[in-house]
Design a binder for this molecule. Structure first.
Ligand code: SAM
Ligand code: FES
Length: 351
């Protein structure tokens, strides 16, 4: 058997792959290897989570951001977008709509917006928590101090999504301004984990300058951090960024990495992301078949969605929340999977 197939077997048997082995695997992709991988990764996914699909209601509550990530459509120095922030009562009303639609996890995502101080954010979290005690509250609001993370946890937040973006400091530097660093981003993740959050991390696939070596480092980091969730999706250029002419990440490489991550951390939650659905009409369905088990339909008010444009051609910006939920339910049913009403906790509990 060829070496790359053997490496997939090793991964399946929970054996550690070295950096060189990861690079070899990524560089020796072929249609046959993908088929071999997906057969195993879908089987592991079904073993761990059956045919259930967990849904998360995504509330994009602010597109103000004091950061300037070079790839991101809502970064501070983009003058061409209409900025908005939802009021606490608007956020709560999204949760009410979501609850009626069967969501038991709310993901509050936004740019790093100074208006949402720890005090204000904690009040919002506490209010959601008191109205919906049976729901998980996930935050995705970037890098903050350990004290702030602790206060938000104490207020009732259970989970935190913070992609590490890329492990390699040199690659990180090419994607972000000097004020941001890979080391600090990772420190935030370790803080979140120590506090007791269920954490999600991840990276963009095919981001500018990304190499197989970078991806190998990313995978090794995932193994070390052992998060509850890993969010990966293709990089997609935004017309108002310096990377507007860069090629997007590919469907094939994203699916391949989803399969590898499913085998490496069998119990992890893996979303089939909106970005995956954006680069290919069947992207999310294929993501599920490769090993993903979560989808995150949008619960943001329809009128603000087109202003939360991280990248061009983002899908689902014109629909109502109920339409998004129904559409995904049908898409999942079409491939033999069912959306469930559940908090959808990770089975990867080793914190
Ligand atoms: N501000 C929070 C943070 O920094 O984690 C959450 C919002 S941020 C926009 C969420 C994620 O969007 C980032 O972690 C990044 O990976 C992804 N993203 C940003 N621009 C993107 C692009 N052009 N293509 C694909 N994903 C992108
Ligand atoms: Fe802040 Fe993208 S630069 S959310």
């Amino acid at each position: 058997m060829k070496e790359e197939f053997h490496l997939i077997d090793q991964l399946e048997m929970d054996q550690f792959l070295s950096r060189d082995e990861w690079i070899f695997l990524i560089e020796h992709r072929s249609d046959a290897l993908e088929r071999y991988l997906f057969e195993k990764s879908e089987a592991v996914r079904i073993r761990e989570y059956g045919h259930d699909i967990y849904i998360r209601g995504l509330i994009e509550f602010t597109n103000y951001c004091h950061n300037d990530c070079y790839y991101c459509g809502i970064r501070k120095s983009n003058p061409n977008i209409l900025r908005y922030r939802l009021s606490p009562s608007e956020i709560l009303s999204c949760c009410h709509i979501g609850y009626e639609l069967g969501f038991r996890t709310f993901v509050l995502q936004g740019g790093e917006d100074n208006w949402f101080t720890t005090k204000r954010m904690a009040e919002i979290v506490a209010e959601i928590h008191s109205h919906f005690p049976d729901c998980a509250i996930t935050l995705s609001i970037g890098e903050r101090s350990r004290e702030s993370y602790q206060a938000l946890f104490d207020a009732g937040a259970d989970r935190y999504l913070l992609r590490h973006e890329t492990y390699d400091p040199v690659h990180y530097r090419r994607l972000h301004p000097d004020s941001l660093s890979a080391v600090h981003r990772r420190k935030c993740l370790w803080d979140l984990k120590e506090i007791g959050y269920h954490i999600g991390t991840g990276f963009m696939v095919g981001s500018p300058f990304q190499t197989a070596e970078n991806l190998a480092d990313d995978l090794l980091f995932l193994k070390e951090l052992n998060p509850q969730m890993v969010g990966i999706g293709p990089f997609i250029p935004h017309h108002d960024t310096r990377f507007s002419h860069e090629p997007p990440g590919t469907l094939k490489l994203t699916l391949f990495l989803l399969g590898l991550i499913r085998l490496m951390i069998p119990k992890v939650l893996l979303p089939a992301t909106t970005a995956l659905g954006t680069i290919s009409p069947q992207g999310r369905e294929l993501g599920i078949r490769a090993g993903a088990n979560v989808v995150m339909p949008n619960l943001s008010p329809t009128e603000v969605r087109k202003n939360y444009l991280l990248y061009d051609n983002k899908i689902c910006t014109g629909e109502e929340s109920a339409q998004c939920r129904d559409c995904l339910e049908q898409r999942m049913a079409s491939i033999g999977y069912q959306v469930v009403v559940s908090r959808g906790d990770s089975r990867n509990r080793s914190i």
